[in-house]
Write a protein that binds this ligand. Sequence first.
Ligand SMILES: [Mn+2]
Length: 425
Amino acid sequence: MLNQDQIQQLNKLEENTHHTEFKQLAERMTSQGINVEGVLNQLKNFQVAIPSWALGSGGTRFGRYLFGGAPRNLFEKIEDVGLLHQLTANADSISLHIPWDIPKDITAIKEAASAYKLRFDAVNSNTFQDQVDQQYSYKFGSLSHVEKEVRAQAIAHNKEVIQLGTALGSKSITVWLADGSNFPGQNNFQTALEHTQNSLQQITHALPDDWKMFIEYKPYEPHFYSTVIQDWGTSFLLANACGPKAFTLVDLGHHLPNTNIEQIVATLMMQGKLGGFHFNDSKYGDDDVTVGSIQPYKLFLIFNELVHGMAKNTNNPHLSWMIDASHNTKDPLEDLLQSLDAILEAFAKALLVDQTALKQAQEENDVVVCQELIQNAFKTDVRPLVSQMRQRAGAAIKPLVVYRKTQQREIRIQNRGLDALATGL
Ligand SMILES: [Mn+2]
């Protein structure tokens, strides 16, 4: 674990500049009638889960390059998420992917996590690849498969994941289904959807009372002609069919180019069916690159709907936030630090939008003022707010600088080796 004194010493080097910048921003916010403390509190309470598969190099279908010091087991993954949380105060949970990370010694794993003040967020099932010891193949589908035995095996796997999650203290399961077809005529769309609905309903029955199920959608890949749960409408339909414990999960990369994701968010929140979010960024498809690295304005517009929606629609559950990214060219931990910054900054900017003035301008059809209000918030440099929140929480004013100066990657390469390999894709 990183020594807390090291963070404080390095914070001292940034303190003067930070203080001046924060003071200036806080004064401007106060003069605009914004409650600075309120914003800082909301930033502090915004906690993002780190998936256990995002700590190693993801690679592409063309190959994978190692970067050294990757976590070799679940304990080392907990160590890495713990470091992210220590540095940022915004990563208080870990999301497990079963069977890439099967927790064997539950007590030891829970102890390791709590030593880093971490909890377990949504558990993720996997029926998109075959495991060594499984009886039936998912080559032609899992929950939607034409054969009952295959569907039963996939349902049983999801139930097992719920059991493991319960032991760890998780409260939700995310189901992402790769089922689909590569060629016209291969699948009967209605039959596949009926089977899927029926399978998901059976999984819902296995959920403990205080659990939720998130249904993730994706338009294409790994199949290229059709995907059974292709869009938010299909996920929403299934979530409704599964009842009050089921919700739709939005993964930013799971849309066709130029889809208006913020509008999807607004619609789902109005219906009380938005359950969670997977953050990443993309240029063309499900690129899974660093959050906010390509389209930060789009991310901000989504947060603007989330902020509005969370205040207006109290029928929504507490939303689950997770980073779902893959790292091919960067140190995964540095990438995740950049993603956490981007998420917090987009959220902070959205909190600066004057919702009352915006509502008034909308009612007056003053299109110009509407745009000004939205863009004034977006163009504000909110980094001092995020730093201020982190400094108060005992985290780093500049997480990435502390990460590099304390040589976290070098330490990991020394302890775990240059050729260490993380489980996952
Ligand atoms: Mn996802």
